[in-house]
Every structure is written in C-alpha cells, then in structure tokens.
Ligand binder design. Structure first.
Ligand code: F1P
Length: 349
C-alpha cells in the first residue's frame, strides 16, 4: 500500500494508506445485501449505486433517506453491508440511522463510511472508511463531493464484484478502461460552461422547473433539481421521465422549463417520446444529450452536447452540466452560491 495525501476541509492535508478496500476483502466477501443510508445529495449518489449494484453484481441493494430510516423500526437482514454516504460525516440523521442498525446487531453486519472527512464521527463509528478524496468542499451545496462519491461507489462495486466473483473478466476490463477515460470526459464536460451559461439566461424569470431522466439518469434528475432549489431558490422537481403521464404532465406549459438528461442509452427512444409529449404541450426543453443521439435544436428545444461516455459511467459525467446550470442560474439571479439562505454545511441536529 502507498500513502496518499488528502486535502481536508480546514485546508490542511492528511496522509492515508491507499489500500482502502484491499485490507477489507474478507469482510466484503461475506456481504449478501447492501443497505445505503444518506441524506440530500449523498442520497442521490446512493440511488445511482442501487442501479449499479443490482445490475452489475445482482446483489440486492436498498437505499433510504436516513432521516426516515432512523424512525421507522427497519428490518436489516443478516450479512448486510451498510454504506453510509456523507460528505461531512457529521449529518445527525445518517449517524442515527447507523446507530439504530448497530443497536440491533444483525449477524455479519459490516459498516462502511463513504466520506470526505477522515476525522469525522461517521468514520470513527464504521468498520471501513472509503474516502472520497474530494478536497475541501467550501460551499454548502455538495458538488465535487457528489462526483467523487459516485467514483468511489464504482470502486466499491468492482471490489465486491471481484471478491465475490460476480463480475466477469470482460466486463471488468471494459469498466476499468472506461474509468481511465473518465478524467478526460469530466474535463471536457467542464468546458461546456459557455453554452450552459447561455442556456441559463432562459431561467432568470422562471418560478418552477422540471428535471427528467430515466434509469441511471433518474437520480441525476433529482440531484439537478436539488442543486437548482438549493442555490437559485427556483422551485424544481426531478422526475423519472416515465412518471410524466402519472401527474407532472399537467404542469407543463410554455412557462415551464424542462431539463432532460438524454445520453444515447437503451432508454433513449422512450425518453425521446417523453420529450415529444412535453414539446407538444408547448413546454420548453433544455436537453443535455450525447452527440450520438443526433438531437437537433429547434424552436423551444435547446441542446447542449455532453462528451460521449459509456452508459454505466454516464451519471458521473452528466452530473457536471446540471451543476453548472444551477450555478449560472444562481449567479444571474444574484443569490449566494456558497452560502444559500437557511442551509448549513453539516446538519448536526
Ligand atoms: C447532506 C446534505 C447535503 C446538502 C447540504 C445539507 O450532507 O443534505 O447534501 O448539500 O449541505 O446536507 P452530507 O451528509 O453529505 O454531509
């Protein structure tokens, strides 16, 4: 194991061994179920992990908001890996949910903190620490913590998949190759700043907004809506696009901007049909799409092309444009992007 240096929130650095998961292989080998607990942005990272774990390892994975879980006398099955995701590691609801499980001592329980702060309460109270290595998160709203949480969750998935022989070699090789492409793709997605700033001008007077995604992009739609709410104070909702017809379609008119996450994946054709439903009702669409989707801008349909990325890792890359959009809308509306009203960096009560 090597030693890695990690910047922490107070601006100092700390040294960590980089064999975070290697030294816990025996514990991870016995895991039969994954229970993710988290709040806010971290919860959305957990939702992506559910799709990943179930699809790629066939291990059952439950994800719950810690602020509900802690109060509802939940059943945690034996041999569960409890993954607590928290940027700060001090979120009271997440800590309480973990303690609730520990109180009942289910057999074979393994707990893991996916966290940015090595000295936090959450890290002290869990068996395994998987750091996000995001560096200091200055603003209240989680941004780079989210992208790094997703990357760390892929590493956890790969470790469990390999240790339990749940991922075949071909898939493993392809995922590793794609992971190596990720820094370049993220860099390219940050360069979308200019077209996204131009897009943000349409949001200045808006009162409400919908974010739509399907499959792996559904949690990114939720996260996009949360970011916009947190820093620009525009009311926003994230929906699985297939849910449109079950209610939110009634909200669509010419004043409702609809942000769509549209990589060219196996859900794309269905998503395109959802976009047509919105367009036919005079909704204005703001689409983040891959070039392969061949989407072309037209009246009330704005398109920003996101770098091509493999389907599994697409949520990591697509999280950047939704963050940039919220940032530019907030700056234009003159809100404080680092210190939004009524919010605290760590919710410790
Ligand atoms: C959870 C969280 C953040 C949000 C805000 C309030 O924090 O909901 O996602 O941006 O800062 O707290 P954490 O448990 O990830 O530290």
């Amino acid at each position: 194991a090597r030693t890695v240096e990690m910047a922490v929130d107070n601006g100092e650095t700390t040294k960590l061994r980089d064999d975070f998961l290697d030294r816990h292989e025996t514990k991870l080998a016995g895991v039969k179920h994954i229970q993710v607990l988290a709040c806010g942005t971290s919860y959305h990272a957990g939702m992506v992990a559910k799709y990943w774990f179930e699809n790629l390892t066939r291990l059952p994975c439950s994800v719950e908001i810690a602020s509900e879980f802690r109060y509802r006398n939940p059943v945690v099955v034996d041999n569960s890996l409890v993954v607590c995701i928290s940027q700060s590691g001090e979120t009271a609801d997440t800590l309480s949910a973990l303690r609730e499980i520990q109180k009942h001592k289910p057999e074979g329980l393994v707990s893991l903190a996916l966290c940015n702060v090595p000295t936090s309460s959450l890290v002290r109270e869990t068996d395994i620490f998987l750091p996000t290595l995001a560096g200091p998160e200055i603003g209240v709203a989680s941004t780079k913590a989210f992208t790094t949480q997703l990357v760390a969750l892929v590493l956890l998935l790969l470790k469990i998949g390999v240790v339990q022989q749940r991922i075949d070699n071909e898939r493993l090789t392809s995922l590793l190759e794609n992971l190596h492409k990720l820094p370049g793709q993220l860099h390219a997605s940050l360069k979308l700043d200019t077209p996204i700033k131009a897009m943000s001008e349409s949001f200045e007077e808006k009162k409400s907004c919908l974010f739509l995604g399907r499959g792996l992009q559904f949690p990114i739609a939720l996260e996009g809506a949360l970011k916009l709410k947190e820093i620009s104070y525009i009311h926003a909702e994230g929906y699985a696009a297939g849910e449109l017809k079950h209610g939110p379609l009634a909200l669509v008119d010419k004043d409702m901007p609809i942000v769509v996450l549209a990589p060219k994946d196996n859900m794309f054709d269905k998503l395109k049909a959802n976009m047509q439903e919105v367009h036919a009702r005079h909704g204005e669409l703001f689409v983040f799409a891959s070039e392969a989707s061949q989407m072309v801008a037209e009246d009330r349909l704005h398109v920003v092309y996101v770098p091509d990325v493999c389907e599994i890792l697409a949520p990591i890359v697509y999280s950047v444009p939704v963050q940039l959009l919220s940032y530019h809308v907030a700056v234009m509306r003159g809100t404080d992007v680092d210190q939004p009203r009524n919010l605290a960096k760590s919710v410790t009560v």
